[in-house]
Ligand binder design. Structure first.
Ligand code: KG4
Ligand code: ZN
Length: 328
């Protein structure tokens, strides 16, 4: 079965074709980052308008790359939430219309399930069950995963997502948008121990996170510093170290609580090198990640989740459809 995947929940248009026998056939991505950068964040109206421009040409590109035609598609999977409603509606409307015209199933996919399953696209995929750490710009989730569609939430952020905290701290240090990768790069110039940030919510039981305090701590530290380039790098490093250590502490706790020996990490922040090194050092646990290009938003993870979902016989076939800005 060949599934076309459409991702349009935020600021990237991602299209991919996944074959349940041959694997990923082709994928294409257009990032709107440059367009939103001058506003310091994603402008929802501009995002929707750009998805409209890019979706069909990218679909054609992916079909050409795979040497296939529209009639060769067996199902269309699209991101139905969570995300920006206008942006989601573009992918949903195009995806549902295409499925309707071709008389094939349309599969509404939860964006976070796409991230969760993305490491299974790799050559040596993790077996079930495992603990999943999902870390993106909008979410920080720990999930007990028993199989496709069998997810139990273990913990989540009660305020900012970890990626959001990276971005807000980066913005405050003048590193542009989205600043997560820039902050991580600057941290490499920082002196270890120059500043020590708290590890929020680690000294009490539970698996929830809170990252908004770290951003405030960074702001206060910056105001009390000599505002030099070195101070900036030192703050970047102290912030990253605190965020990483907090994630590692909660992952260890979740692994212990569930008894699982596999940890699967996905979402934009899973590209962070310092985090990967710290998680890989957890003893007696195998850690799995998506390849770097599939850490952040992409169509491949949606096509793949659609293929997994269709095999699990979970689909929606009504003519009316909806998208969800929030999807617990
Ligand atoms: O999964 P994603 O592309 O989009 C959402 O679903 O939100 O995640 C984007 C987030 C942004 O906050 C970005 O700054 C962060 O991932 N990010 C990073 C790194 N690369 C991307 N954060 C820290 N270190 C990185 N290397
Ligand atoms: Zn995402």
């Amino acid at each position: 079965m060949r599934v076309l995947g459409i991702e349009s929940s935020c600021d990237e248009t991602g299209i991919a074709l996944y074959d349940t026998e041959k694997g990923l056939l082709a994928h294409a991505l257009f990032s709107q980052i440059e367009m939103h950068a001058e506003y310091g964040g994603v402008v929802p109206e501009l995002a929707s308008r750009d998805h409209i421009q890019k979706t069909l040409p990218l679909m054609q590109q992916v079909l050409d790359e795979a040497g296939l035609q529209r009639k060769d598609i067996d199902a269309v999977a699209y991101t139905a939430g969570p995300g920006l409603v206008g942006a989601l509606l573009v992918g949903a409307a195009i995806g549902r219309s295409l499925a309707w015209a071709l008389n094939i199933p349309a599969l509404p996919i939860n964006h976070m399930e796409g991230h969760l399953l993305s490491p299974l696209l790799e050559a040596n995929p993790p077996a079930f069950p495992f603990v999943s750490l999902l870390i993106s710009g909008g979410h920080t989730l720990l999930v007990d995963v028993k199989g496709v569609g069998e997810y139990q939430l273990m913990g989540e952020s009660i305020d900012d997502a970890v990626g959001e905290a990276f971005d807000k701290t980066a913005k405050m240090l003048g590193l542009g948008y989205p600043g997560g990768p820039a902050l991580a790069a600057l941290a490499e110039q920082g002196q270890e121990g120059a500043y020590v940030f708290p590890r929020p919510m680690t000294n009490r039981p539970g698996l929830d996170f809170s990252f908004s305090g770290l951003k405030t701590f960074a702001l206060n530290t910056w105001h009390n510093s000599d505002k030099s380039e070195q101070a900036k790098a030192d703050i970047a490093l102290a912030f990253q170290t605190a965020a990483v250590e907090t994630l590692v502490i909660k992952c260890r706790r979740a692994l212990k609580q569930s008894g699982h020996k596999r940890l699967v990490v996905a979402g934009g922040v899973s590209a962070n090198k310092s985090l990967r090194a710290a998680l890989d050092a957890i003893p007696k646990v195998q850690v799995y990640y998506p390849q770097l290009q599939f850490c952040s938003d992409n169509g491949a993870m949606i096509a793949f989740a659609g293929a997994m979902r269709d095999q699990a016989m979970v689909m929606e076939t009504e003519a009316t459809f909806n998208v969800r800005s929030r999807w617990p």
